[in-house]
Design a protein around this ligand. Structure first.
Ligand code: NAP
Length: 256
């Protein structure tokens, strides 16, 4: 595989960093010259990474191409490029459908979508791939977990998960702020919350057959303080509101 990136920003940098952190990894990588600073940094750090003269040169030197420009400029950038029928194209662009990308990169025969996350740089997290892809799934599989789905509907629904990170940290911050307001030192509060939530994040792995609600029930001892928080948040409509917001994010993802 000769792997190319059109758009060398946060996500491309994370993928290349994860890939090149693997032992004995020698896949040749060609990145587009923008962003100049990120491209230069990657090329300086890894001997197998080269900077192409322009976006077209990325395509000309590679068989597998990841599209990683922002959606706002993607159509303009892709229209200016000449793809080959044998190009294996993977779009990382979150909000443009596979059908539209296929039209823009014709005559490339294979066009798929993938949704990695920046934590792939540390070989963590999962990448969603649509449709199943025997070339790219093993590549992402070396960098973390891979979830392959058949249709765009499943891909879009899973993509909504990625909209919830900021709120997750706000949830932790709410706990942290309250604990500190009771006079606990910042570092102790942070260390305790981080350690406990890291352990909770392992629960689905340690109890693989249990769904999330079952895990919730396991912790909600009858009459206990976990049950109280869960009940009061539920009575306030917190989770209902949250589910409604997920619906609106989904509408946005599928409309843009
Ligand atoms: N970051 C994430 O967490 C994440 C997650 C899922 C999906 N995505 C998707 O991945 C794509 C890339 O996201 P990102 O976070 O990596 O964005 P980003 O950091 O803004 O990277 C995009 C890069 O494209 C470069 N660029 C601008 N014009 C270009 C052109 N004409 N030709 C080639 N490159 C050009 C930009 O360079 P300059 O800096 O010089 O303008 C920038 O470095 C987006 O479509 C996004 O929807 C991102």
């Amino acid at each position: 595989m000769k792997l190319g990136f059109v758009g060398t920003g946060t996500l491309s940098s994370a993928i290349v960093t994860g890939l090149k952190s693997l032992p004995d990894e020698t896949t040749p990588v060609v990145v587009s010259p923008r962003n100049e600073e990120i491209a230069s940094e990657l090329a300086a750090r890894y001997p197998d990474v080269r900077i192409a003269a322009d976006n077209q040169a990325v395509l000309d030197q590679c068989d597998t191409v990841m599209l990683a420009v922002r959606p706002q400029i993607a159509r303009e950038v892709l229209k200016a490029l000449r793809f080959r029928p044998d190009h294996h194209v993977v779009s990382l662009i979150a909000t443009i459908s596979r059908e539209e990308i296929a039209g823009l990169v014709a005559p490339a025969a294979h066009v798929g979508k993938a949704l990695p996350m920046p934590m792939i740089a540390r070989l963590q997290g999962a990448t969603i791939i649509c449709p199943p892809d025997p070339i790219v799934a093993p590549l992402f599989g070396r960098l973390g977990d891979v979830i392959e789905v058949e249709d765009q509907g499943e891909f879009d629904a899973l993509s909504v998960v990625t909209a919830t990170y900021a709120s997750y940290f706000k949830y932790l911050d709410t706990i942290h702020t309250w604990v500190r307001s009771r006079g606990v030192a910042d570092d102790k509060s942070r260390a305790y919350i981080a350690s406990i939530y890291k352990a909770l994040a392992n629960a689905p792995d340690t109890a693989p057959g249990q769904d999330f609600m079952r895990l919730s029930q396991d912790y909600a001892t009858r009459g206990g303080i976990n049950e109280q928080v869960l009940r009061e948040l539920t009575e306030h409509g917190t989770f209902e509101t949250f589910a409604e917001i997920l619906g609106r994010v989904h509408q946005r993802i599928t409309r843009e």
